[in-house]
Design a protein around this ligand. Structure first.
Ligand code: NDP
Length: 287
C-alpha cells in the first residue's frame, strides 16, 4: 500500500488565491492589509524566510513592510520599533522573526506586540485565548497542519491524535487546535515512554521533533494520517522528522518534506494578516 500524498504546496497555492481575492475585495473598500516583518541580525535561514514572506505578501496584494536591524541593535530600539508598528494603522500584522540575538529577551519582545497584530500568535494573550476557546490569532505552522488535516479527514472528532513535540510554536498549539476539533490528544516529548507504541495508537500523528527520519514506519498505525513538521538539513538535502520511505508504506496519507507543512506556514501567515485586518475594520472573519 502507498499513502496518499498531502500536497501542501498545492494547498498553499489555493489558499493564497483565496486570500488574494479577499484582499482585492478589501481594497475595493479602501482597506489594504499590511504586514510588517522585523529581522534582527543576519541569520541565513531567517533571511530566506523573511524574503519569501515579503514576496508572498506582495503577491496576494498586501503591503509588506520589512525592517532589518543589525544584530547588535539594543533591545530598547527594537521595542521602540514595535511600539511604532503597534500604533501604525497601515500595519495590521507584525512578525518578529525568531530566533533573536542572544542579548535580547525573546518573551519580552514578543509580548510587546499588540495581540490584535500578533499574526504569529505567540503572545501570552493569544496563547491564553486559544487555550480557553476565545477568538485568538493562531500560530501559523499548526494552523496550516490543521487545515490540511481537516481537508483530508473532514471531521477530526473522536480521532486519536499524537503530537510529538511540546514547543510553544508547534507542539503545544497543535495539541490545542486538535483538542478544539474534539480529537483525543496526547502530547509526547523526550521523556515519553514507549513512544513507538504510543504512536501506533494514533489516527493522526504529528511529528515536530527536529530529528531527521526519527519516526519509523513501524510506529505508524496502518491508515493513519501523518503530518511531518520537521525541517532537517542533511547531506541528502531537506528531510522531515518522519522516515518518509517507510511511513508512506503504512500510512493512509502523509505530508512530504519539502512541499508539505512548510509552504502552508507562510500561507497561514497571510491568512492571519487578513483576519487581523478584517477584525481591525469591524468586518467578519474571512472563511
Ligand atoms: P523544538 O526543538 O522547540 O522542540 C522539539 C520537541 O521535540 C521538544 O518538545 C522535544 O522534547 C521533542 N523531542 C526531542 N527529542 C525527542 C525524542 N527523542 N523523543 C521524543 N520527543 C523528542 O522544535 P520546534 O517545535 O521549534 O520544531 C520542530 C521541528 O519542526 C524542527 O525540525 C523545525 O525545524 C520544524 N519547524 C518547521 C516549521 C515549518 O514551517 N514547517 C515551523 C517551525 C518548526 P522536550 O520538550 O522533552 O525536549
Amino acid at each position: 500500500m502507498s499513502a496518499t500524498l498531502i500536497d501542501g504546496k498545492a494547498f498553499a497555492a489555493g489558499l493564497r488565491t483565496r486570500i488574494a481575492t479577499e484582499v482585492a475585495a478589501m481594497k475595493a473598500q479602501g482597506i489594504t492589509p499590511g504586514l510588517a516583518v522585523v529581522l534582527v541580525g543576519e541569520d541565513p535561514a531567517s533571511q530566506v524566510y523573511v524574503r519569501s514572506k515579503g514576496k508572498q505578501t506582495l503577491e496576494v496584494g498586501m503591503n509588506s513592510y520589512e525592517h532589518k536591524l543589525p544584530a547588535e541593535t539594543p533591545e530598547a530600539d527594537l521595542l521602540a520599533l514595535i511600539e511604532r508598528l503597534n500604533a501604525d494603522p497601515a500595519v495590521n500584522g507584525i512578525l518578529v522573526q525568531l530566533p533573536l540575538p542572544a542579548h535580547m529577551d525573546e518573551e519580552a519582545v514578543i509580548n510587546a506586540i499588540l495581540p490584535e497584530k500578533d499574526v504569529d500568535g505567540f503572545t501570552v494573550l493569544n496563547v491564553g485565548r486559544l487555550a480557553t476557546g476565545q477568538k485568538a490569532m493562531v500560530p501559523c505552522t499548526p494552523l496550516g497542519c490543521l487545515m490540511m488535516l481537516r481537508e483530508h479527514l473532514g471531521s477530526l472528532s473522536g480521532k486519536n491524535a499524537v503530537v510529538i513535540g511540546r514547543s510553544n510554536i508547534v507542539g503545544k498549539p497543535m495539541a490545542q487546535l486538535l483538542l478544539r476539533d474534539s480529537a483525543t490528544v496526547t502530547i509526547a516529548h523526550s521523556r515519553t515512554q514507549d513512544l513507538p507504541g504510543l504512536c501506533r495508537t494514533a489516527d493522526i500523528l504529528v511529528a515536530a521533533v527536529g530529528r531527521a527520519n526519527f519516526v519509523k514506519g513501524d510506529w505508524v498505525k496502518p491508515g493513519a494520517t501523518v503530518i511531518d513538521v520537521g525541517i532537517n538539513r542533511t547531506d541528502d538535502g531537506l528531510v522531515g522528522d518522519v522516515d518518509f520511505a517507510e511511513a508512506e508504506q503504512v500510512a493512509g496519507a502523509i505530508t512530504p518534506v519539502p512541499g508539505g507543512v512548510g509552504p502552508m506556514t507562510i500561507a497561514c501567515l497571510l491568512a492571519n494578516t487578513l483576519t487581523a485586518t478584517a477584525r481591525a475594520n469591524g468586518l467578519p472573519d474571512p472563511e
